[in-house]
Design a binder for this molecule. Structure first.
Ligand SMILES: Cc1cc2nc3c(=O)[nH]c(=O)nc-3n(C[C@H](O)[C@H](O)[C@H](O)COP(=O)(O)O)c2cc1C
Length: 328
């Protein structure tokens, strides 16, 4: 790999993207992703059969997963060629949602490095428009369809309609930006009914995406209930809820390297408690090859990230894969 690509991206991020107001930086980044043929450049990928893993029985060419954020099929198509072993869609809701008003994304910087706080509020085109948009999307790597609902019926409808279009299905019960989704973790009894109903609605491997804010409930109630319902994969996890006065909602989900110590700790605990019967996607704060390697060594089945894709650029996947391969 040419180390100049990583250095160039960091210059672009720190020198240009970080200086633009957040909405302009997002628009610029997404336009560049949509229009430029990044996915045709082999510089961002590393194809080697030794990197392959299985997740819920599905074969991933490597253990890196782009976490939920994008729904535009043009972007999904591009990012499938950027080194990931699987790509997750934005969480889709039954009805279209405009998302929360601006400002809904701000940058933060801590000693751990650059991160984001968002109150996106599930901006997405809604179930039927999204379904029509991705129906012809080629799956260069497995596609994980993410869904978010406010009721058991919502989830069942989403999973029934979108499940056939994904290789795996992730159901999000943990985004801190919309009360109804976040509240699922506080209602373990209703959650049991949800887990069972969703399991019955699809034959696809199912992933439940957990919140780092409910570690005790996750371990004592939610993961055991998921296993009982026949759901064997957890994504640990989503952004952490924080107060943030600059956002329109006064609070949002923190993502980026500040999450990493908790991601590592929850992974270790879940692995020790549930053993190999549970597959774990460790997500939260991965922005370097060493962090990804550490999670995999601690027993993660796969590693997800989103903020690192923005702050370190699309080359991060290849940098991680090179480190993993060097150790095979
Ligand atoms: C702007 C933004 C939008 C997001 N949208 C979703 C979403 O729709 N569904 C979801 O499950 N997670 C969503 N996430 C959370 C990420 O998928 C990921 O779980 C979280 O950012 C932690 O990982 P990271 O530190 O690598 O970013 C979003 C994150 C950001 C920053």
């Amino acid at each position: 790999m040419n180390p100049a690509i990583g250095a160039l991206y960091r210059l672009l991020y720190n020198g240009v993207l970080c200086r633009l107001p957040e909405p302009a930086a997002v628009a610029l980044g997404q336009t560049a992703l949509r229009l430029l043929p990044w996915d045709r450049l082999s510089a961002f990928r590393l194809d080697d059969p030794r990197l392959a893993v299985t997740l819920g029985g599905a074969r991933l060419p490597n253990p890196l997963i782009l976490a939920a954020m994008y729904y535009d099929p043009r972007i999904l198509r591009r990012v499938m060629g950027l080194g990931f072993g699987a790509v997750t869609t934005k969480s889709i809701t039954v009805e279209p949602r405009p998302g929360h008003p601006q400002p809904n994304l701000v940058r933060v910087r801590s000693a751990a490095g650059p991160g984001l706080v968002n109150c996106n509020g599930f901006q997405n085109p809604g179930l039927e428009r999204f379904r029509a948009a991705i129906i012809g999307l080629p799956h260069r790597v497995p596609l994980i369809v993410s869904v978010a609902g406010e009721s058991v019926d919502d989830y069942v409808r989403l999973v029934t309609r979108l499940g056939p279009l994904g290789d795996l299905v992730e159901f999000n019960i943990s985004s801190p930006n919309t009360r109804l989704v976040y509240e699922w973790s506080r209602k373990p009894r209703e959650l049991v009914a949800l887990l069972r109903a969703v399991r019955a609605a699809t034959d696809k491997p199912l992933i439940v995406k957990l919140s780092p804010d409910f570690t005790d409930a996750n371990e004592s109630e939610i993961i055991p209930a998921a296993l009982e319902a026949g759901i064997r994969i957890v994504n640990y996890g989503n952004a952490r809820r924080v107060e943030e006065r600059r956002l329109s909602q006064g609070a949002g989900g923190l993502s980026g390297p500040e999450l990493f110590p908790a991601t590592l700790e929850t992974l270790r605990r879940a692995r020790a408690r549930f053993g190999r019967g549970l597959e774990i996607i460790a997500t939260g704060g991965v922005d370097s090859p060493e962090k990804a390697r550490q999670l995999l060594r601690e027993g993660a089945t796969a590693v997800g990230y989103f903020t690192g894709f923005i702050t370190r650029g699309p080359i991060l996947a290849r940098e991680i894969l090179e480190l993993l391969l060097a150790e095979r």
